[in-house]
Design a protein around this ligand. Sequence first.
Ligand code: SAH
Ligand code: SF4
Length: 370
Amino acid sequence: MSMAKVCYNDCTVDNLSLLRYNWTSSQRISKKILYMNLKGLQIVLAGQPKFRFKQAWKAVFVDLISDWNDNTTLPKDLREVLNSECSLDVEAEIFGSEKSESVKALLTLEDDQKIETVLLRHKDGRNTICLSSQVGCALGCAFCATGKMGFKRDLTVSEIILQVLLFARYLKENKSEKNITNVVFMGMGEPFLNFDNVMESIKILNDKEAFNIGARHISVSTAGIVEEINKFANEKMQINLAISLHASNDKLRAELMPVARKYSLNQLFEAIENYVEKRSRQVMFEYLLIDGVNDSEYHAKELAGLMKHPLYVVNLIRYNPTGGRFRPSTATSIRKFKNILLREGIKVTERHEFGQDIKAACGQLAGRKK
Ligand code: SAH
Ligand code: SF4
C-alpha cells in the first residue's frame, strides 16, 4: 500500500471546497483548510459582471484548476482576492496508488473532523466515487465502522462536492481516460438524514456547467428512512435508490440495524412501492452476507419472498470485517445463497470486493484510534 499525503487548496456552496493540489511526501502542509464557499465565491464576485461567476464556476468544475492563478480568464486582481478570500486548501491523505482499483481519501475538514471518500476504478473504464454524507452516523448498525463512531455532524453541500472535486483532480492528474462517471452515496453517514444538502449537491453533480454526471449515474443508499424515501419519490431527477436491507425479517434486521425498530419491513416496503410506482425505476437492495447471521438457506428463501417485484434487484455484498464480532460468509455459502435467489427468479448481482487493503468499508480509517 502506498500512502501519500495530499493537500488541496479549497475554496466553499455554503462552503464549496476546492482547489490547490499539492503533493507532499509526508507532512501536512497547512491547517488552514478552506472550504470553497460557493456563497463565499458569490460574495467575492458580487460587484462583478455575472459572467465572472460563470467563468469561476467553469474554472473550478470543468477546468479543475488548482489555484486561481491557473485561470487566465479572470483578471489578475480578482484572482488575488479569490486566492485570499476563497482559499483553496484541502487536506487529504490518499491510500492506494494510481494503479490500484480502489483509492481512498481521508479528508480533514475545517473543524478537524475526518471523512472518507473512495474512488473505484472499474475495468470497463468507469470511475465511481463513493461519497460520505455525514461525519459518523447516528444509526449505529452493528456491522458498520461508521456506526461505531456515532454521529458527529452533517456535511455541508461544499464538503460533499469537495470529495468529488478531489478525485476529479486526481484522475486528471493521473491522466485517466475518463473522469468521474458514477457517484454513489455509500460512504460515511445516512444521506437521507442530511436530505437537503445531499439533494443540493446532486444538482451540482448533475449540472451541465459543472460535473455533468447524469442523474441515472447517481445512486443514494439508505438504511431505510421511510419519510425521506417518500420525499425522494417526489424528486424530479431520475436518481437511483438503494436500500440497505441486510436481513429478511424484522427480528434479525432490528438486531443488526437499530433503525429497523422504528420502521418495520412492512412500512419500509410500502414506501419503496410508492417510489417504484411514481418513478418506475429499479431499486437496488444491498444485502451483506455475514457468516452464520443472515446467510442461511432459510434467509435466502425469506429474502426471495420479499423480492418478488420485476424492478427489485439484490446486490450481495461479502461482509468486510471491521474488527467486531462478525465474519464474512464463506464463498460456498455465498454461492448457495445466490443460487437460491436465482432459482426463485430474483435478479441478483454480486458486489466485487474492492480494496480490503485500503480498508474500503467506510469509517474504518476515519474511526481509527490515533
Ligand atoms: N447509511 C447508508 C449509506 C452508507 S453505508 C446505508 O446504510 O445504506 C453504505 C453501504 O455499506 C450500506 O449498504 C452498508 O450497510 C454497507 N456496509 C457497512 N458496513 C459494511 C462492511 N463492514 N462491509 C461491507 N459493507 C458495509
Ligand atoms: Fe449508518 Fe449506513 Fe453505517 Fe448503518 S450502515 S451505521 S446507516 S452508515
